[in-house]
Write a protein that binds this ligand. Structure first.
Ligand SMILES: [Zn+2]
Length: 384
């Protein structure tokens, strides 16, 4: 038996649209909410009054409006009125955060996994959830991000890094934690954070690229993440980038996995300098202008530039967010990346606006929390 996620008070329809606009973009003046949703002042009053009565919206003080030169009343939600947990599952650790209703991180903790058996992993997730819940208001839902194929029922179809197939993870967590659990592909969750509360908020089209043990790609178009039941395979991983690059496990020469992952870069630098180096050290050597390391890292940078150019040429994003634990490549190889972009874009194009994230694991957890927040705020799709 699954536990039903509680629903946000505004329910459905136009009232929810008002609450949602203020949640995602607030605090906002009444006139700004009306303009954004194309409502008359009278309609907005009719829709916002019950929300104010329910306490979903609050008057959040005044702000001087530059255009009219007088104070305007702001509407806001109360972010601290709800608590959510977001977790990221790696091969040996589970990291977790508590957040408010806007995905702001309030606390974080992690636990080592005792093994990869699904029941033991679910035990550890439930323990971590208990620890994170201690002393906080009641937690509304847990979101768990996992690198793999996940269906809408929290069923993990495959997660190669844990050697899992067909694991009912959402159900296993709920049976132990007693809190609704939403399991999602980690990259989709990360993209949803940027969509609602991050660099993509308010944009019509944006893309996310993550660097690290794998290469991730998320795309949002017209307020919707582009996804299907194959999304969690990590399809960008075998995108061809360097015709002279090394070969991946599937036999592709110079695909994203073969040239851009942290393993690919550390391996190439290790071979070039004749001793084993970690990813961090490979980037340090490039920064110190060690010639062989610099050449490998710049090759990877040009490949990343080529990938960004392809994304920009095919999907016309207004912004591209680069994150993931390997994101330091974007800084160390910045010039090579720019060169890779330029050589694969029309000369008349504008530079691609980029946001480079810190790459901390907490960003993945925050994404997972946002998936739980969305389940609370939007409900499941079949309810609409
Ligand atoms: Zn490949």
């Amino acid at each position: 038996m699954r536990i039903t996620t509680p629903r946000w008070a505004p329910g459905t329809g136009a009232t929810r649209a008002v609450a949602l606009e203020v949640l995602i973009h607030g605090p906002l003046s009444r006139s700004e909410v009306a303009r954004r949703l194309d409502l008359s002042p009278g309609s907005l009053t009719r829709l916002s009054t019950p929300l104010l009565d329910m306490g979903v919206l609050v008057d959040a003080g005044e702000q001087i409006d530059g255009k009219v030169g007088r104070p305007v009343q702001l509407l806001d939600i109360v972010p601290g009125s709800k608590r959510f947990i977001g977790m990221k599952l790696t091969a040996d650790t589970v990291l977790g955060v508590t957040t408010d209703l806007r995905g702001n991180v309030l606390a974080s903790q992690s636990r080592a996994l005792p093994g990869r058996q699904p029941e033991r992993v679910a035990d550890t997730i439930a323990e971590l959830a208990t620890a994170l819940s201690a002393g906080t208001p009641e937690v509304t839902a847990i979101g768990v991000g996992i690198g793999g194929l996940v269906d809408e029922h929290g069923f993990v179809r495959s997660a190669p890094f844990l050697e899992w197939s067909d694991v009912p993870l959402g159900q296993l967590i709920e049976a132990r934690a007693g809190i609704p659990a939403i399991v999602a592909n980690d990259l989709a969750a990360y993209t949803e954070y940027e969509h609602w509360f991050g660099a993509g908020s308010g944009l019509d089209r944006f893309a996310v690229v993550t660097l690290g043990a794998g290469i991730g790609f998320g795309l949002l178009i017209h307020d919707e993440i582009v996804t299907n039941d194959e999304y969690g395979i990590g399809l960008i991983g075998h995108w061809p980038l360097d015709p002279f690059g090394p070969v991946c496990s599937e036999g592709h020469r110079g695909c994203a996995k073969a040239v851009l992952t942290d393993t690919a870069i550390s391996l190439a630098v290790s071979q070039a300098i004749g001793r084993p180096t970690s990813y961090a050290e490979a980037l340090d050597l490039a920064m110190a202008e060690e010639p062989a390391a610099r050449r490998v890292v710049d090759d990877a940078g040009r490949s990343l530039g080529r990938l960004l150019a392809a994304i920009a040429n095919l999907t016309l994003p207004e912004r591209v967010v680069i994150g993931g634990e390997g994101v330091r490549l974007a800084e160390v190889a910045a010039e090579a990346i720019a060169e890779g972009v330029r050589s694969h874009r029309d000369a008349r194009t504008r530079p691609i606006p980029l946001t480079i994230r810190s790459g901390e694991n907490i960003e993945w957890c925050r994404g997972a929390a946002v998936v739980a927040i969305q389940a609370f705020v939007l409900g499941s799709r079949d309810e609409d």
